[in-house]
Design a protein around this ligand. Structure first.
Ligand code: APR
Length: 233
């Protein structure tokens, strides 16, 4: 076993790319086909709720067509066998970490398979399409929206994440461009707190210079071999 005792892992769209889910930036990325300001801001939801709901309905529908890959499964093995502290934070809104076997996943940008009531803040699991104006089962208001953190909104559980970053001795980033804050700043917090920092990515990210080590390649290869390494087997 390695000499680390507390690991924080951040994942981005790149870990799900080999499962067939589109990333955001780069060729064929989601932000190539849609403008963020049209589908991923509170103003867009107020201006054209049908377009925003349709965008997330389409992404939610693709989840039934894809499967977790060996990177998701390797992190589930780590969760089962690692004896130290582990926090898995994902920017992804898909359910592939859970379907790959991870029991505890912190979705800082929300989840496609969840609906949020804009009136009472209640949440419920949601599959299929979510028509604008769907009624909340808790407060009865016609205010359900995709449970997605839009640009300009505060990501979820930031206090818990920050506390874990200050405590960890290893910070691992997998499959993210480092383009969006606060997630893009996690490496600096961890490094400032004295953690070792490692990046596994297909291409250099915007934060690469802040990592002690960057390994370039597909997550489906790099993540399983890193888990082997860290478990010492
Ligand atoms: N293996 C590993 N990394 C990969 C792979 C792969 N097979 N394919 C792509 N990548 C890397 C790319 O090199 C890129 O750095 O994944 C990263 C994907 O970057 P983005 O598309 O920007 O996705 P992400 O970093 O998760 O975006 C962060 O931005 O738009 C918001 O809320 C959205 O959560 C998202 C956030």
């Amino acid at each position: 076993m390695s000499d680390f005792s507390s690991i924080v892992i951040l994942t981005g769209a790149g870990i799900s790319a080999e499962s067939g889910l589109a990333t955001f930036r780069g060729p064929g990325g989601l932000w190539e086909g849609h403008r963020v300001e049209d589908v991923c801001t509170p103003e867009a939801l107020a201006r054209d709720p049908a377009l925003v709901h349709r965008f997330y309905d389409e992404r939610r529908a693709t989840l039934t067509e894809v499967r977790p890959n060996s990177a998701h499964e390797a992190l589930a093995r780590l969760e089962r066998e690692w004896r130290g502290d582990l926090l898995l934070v994902t920017q992804n809104v898909d359910d592939l970490h859970e379907r790959g076997g991870c029991g505890e996943v912190l979705h800082m940008h929300g989840e496609l398979n969840s609906a949020l009531c804009a009136a009472c803040g209640g949440r419920r699991e949601w599959r299929g399409s979510l028509p604008p104006g769907s009624a909340c089962a808790e407060c009865g208001q016609a205010a359900l929206r995709p449970d997605i953190v839009f640009f300009g909104e505060m990501p979820y559980q930031m206090e818990r994440i920050e506390a874990a970053l200050w405590k960890c001795d290893l910070f691992l980033s997998i499959g993210t461009s480092g383009a969006v804050y606060p997630a893009a700043g996690f490496v600096r917090t961890a490094r400032h707190a004295g953690a070792r920092t490692l990046e596994l990515n297909l291409d250099p990210s915007e934060g690469s210079l802040f990592f002690h080590e960057s390994r370039m390649g597909p997550a489906s290869e790099l993540v399983p071999s890193w888990v082997e390494e860290i478990l010492g087997s």
